[in-house]
Design a protein around this ligand. Structure first.
Ligand SMILES: NC(=O)c1ccc[n+]([C@@H]2O[C@H](COP(=O)([O-])OP(=O)(O)OC[C@H]3O[C@@H](n4cnc5c(N)ncnc54)[C@H](O)[C@@H]3O)[C@@H](O)[C@H]2O)c1
Length: 307
């Protein structure tokens, strides 16, 4: 369901204060916009000041209330400052959404130690710092809260050339589960959202800016093609930032008040489908054809054709 833009539409988060770390116009900016549209007042924090300001300008132009702050979610002093500003400006913190970190693509054969350390530490460290300082502020106001970290299918699967990213996101996943246990006594919920590859970036900005001139043809990187990827998503399209934002609104709201330590896959059915099934792909070969081509064995010894 898409709501028409241009006004505060409904109010599932009225009275709540949110901080979004990593809030450029893609996923973070969309989540900030949706939180504001539901009535939350939003602190928009990005390492790039212009990104935070652009998102705040968009929210303000659409009738929401937001404050832009520059800072890195990997810098403890900056995170502390952002949380303190949110408390000072809006009177508390109820919701945190974090997606900050550094992606590094490399085969393990060529892995650079400096790049590995930076990338693997980045996502769980941003997760830990934003959780730690927001939770302290939530405990101080005594009204609980909802903390949401953005994962990726990389948290759940191995990915060629993605060892650093998958290790980082898997660490963030289990960090979030443990933080949920640490903070349950204070009524603070910690959950995650897992998107698969997003249409908006993987096939545009990432290809052009990250892979740039060094991008090698997919077969040499063991990478998947866009069409192959799409064929494996049962709902037949890539997720949009708005799909993630709806999940974030739900987790942030009181509707999700008894959910903690969970992960919501926003992937059109990708993670839980039978891995070998490719929706819509049918070669015509049936199970009897396969059976005719294999040999029956007993105790590891051949016993002739199966059929
Ligand atoms: N784009 C995809 O295909 C995809 C797929 C799965 C998961 N994800 C995850 O979704 C999240 C957002 O992805 P996106 O596509 O919107 O990325 P993006 O690069 O467009 O946005 C990330 C934002 O975070 C900011 N940022 C980076 N490091 C920061 C830091 N240390 N502190 C504060 N802000 C920082 C960037 O300036 C940017 O505005 C990431 O966690 C990413 O891993 C993305």
């Amino acid at each position: 369901m898409e709501l028409s833009p241009g006004r505060i539409a409904i109010s599932r988060l009225t009275g709540k204060v949110a901080i979004v770390f990593g809030a450029g116009p893609n996923i973070g900016g969309t989540i900030a916009h949706f939180l504001a549209r539901e009535g939350a007042r939003v602190v928009v924090c990005d390492i790039v000041p212009a990104a935070a300001e652009a998102t705040v300008a968009f929210i303000a132009a659409h009738g929401g209330e937001a404050l832009a702050l520059a800072g890195s979610a990997l810098d403890e002093a900056a995170v502390e400052r952002v949380v303190a500003r949110a408390v000072e400006h809006f009177g508390g913190v109820d919701i945190v959404v974090n997606m900050a970190g550094k992606v590094h693509w490399s085969s393990v054969l060529d892995m650079d130690l400096t790049a590995w350390n930076e990338a693997v530490l980045s996502f769980p460290t941003a997760g830990m710092l934003t959780t730690k300082h927001a939770a302290r502020a939530m405990i101080a106001t005594g009204r609980g809260g909802s903390i949401i970290h953005l994962l990726s299918t990389a948290a759940h699967f191995g990915e060629a050339s993605g060892a650093a990213y998958t290790a980082a996101k898997a660490a963030l996943l289990n960090f979030s589960r443990s933080a949920a246990m640490d903070l349950a006594h204070a009524g603070i919920r910690v959950n995650t959202i897992t998107p698969c590859a997003m249409e908006h970036q993987l096939w545009t900005a990432m290809r052009d800016e990250i892979f740039d001139a060094s991008f090698e043809p997919p077969h040499t990187r063991s990478f998947y093609s866009r069409d192959d990827y799409l064929k494996s998503i049962p709902l037949g399209r890539f997720p949009r930032a708005s799909d993630l934002a709806w999940a974030a609104v739900f987790l942030a709201s009181d509707e999700a008040g008894f959910l903690t330590g969970i992960d919501i896959p926003v992937d059109g059915g990708l993670r839980f489908k039978y891995p070998a099934w490719r929706p819509g792909d049918y070669t015509g070969a049936n199970i009897a054809d396969y059976a005719r081509a294999i040999e029956r064995t007993e105790y590891g010894e051949g016993k002739g054709p199966l059929l």
